[in-house]
Design a protein around this ligand. Structure first.
Ligand SMILES: [Zn+2]
Length: 163
């Protein structure tokens, strides 16, 4: 058994955490999950907007926007949800309800499937966040679906320049 981070051992009825071919560790269904189910809560330490900005600048990739007043830092040992990978073809989404973040199944998920949701990053710094999800429709970068048309244009422009 390789040495696993302590987060991966937090008990969750739907998930196990193990090495993923996409990136680092991933979350995999240990039993079928119904569409609409709350798979896991994304938890963390509350941060003021100011502290969240500083954390982001330090390269903390686990800051999650909660509301106008605060964010959470998910880089804590009690948050295995931070290992769930981004994907371009997803089976889950993040949803903020009453200032809590849930990862929710967007379709029925089979036992053994890796859980993926779109991190919804905006276009800024898109090219710094490559995606390795290996889906047929992978955009190549971790960007929210709303931005995909713009991202396609940016990629076309960049590729033209490099010729
Ligand atoms: Zn992708």
């Amino acid at each position: 058994m390789p040495h696993m981070p302590v987060e991966t051992q937090v008990e969750n009825k739907y998930l196990e955490f193990k090495q993923s071919s996409i990136h680092n560790y991933g979350a995999f269904a240990v039993k079928p999950i119904r569409k609409g189910a709350r798979i896991i809560e994304y938890v963390g330490r509350p941060l003021t907007k100011k502290k969240a900005q500083a954390a982001l600048q330090d390269g903390n990739a686990y800051v999650f926007t909660i509301n106008k007043h605060f964010d959470i830092d998910g880089e804590v040992p009690w948050n295995p949800a931070r290992f769930i990978n981004h994907g371009c073809e997803v089976n889950a989404e993040s949803d903020v309800e009453d200032d809590r973040v849930w990862i929710i199944a967007t379709r029925n998920i089979k036992k053994g499937e890796e859980i993926l949701y779109n991190y919804n990053y905006d276009l800024e710094d898109a090219f710094d966040n490559p995606c390795y999800c290996e889906s047929k429709n992978c955009m190549g970068y971790m960007v929210g679906e709303d931005y995909w048309p713009k991202l396609r244009k940016q990629i076309a422009k960049r590729d033209k320049k490099s010729k």
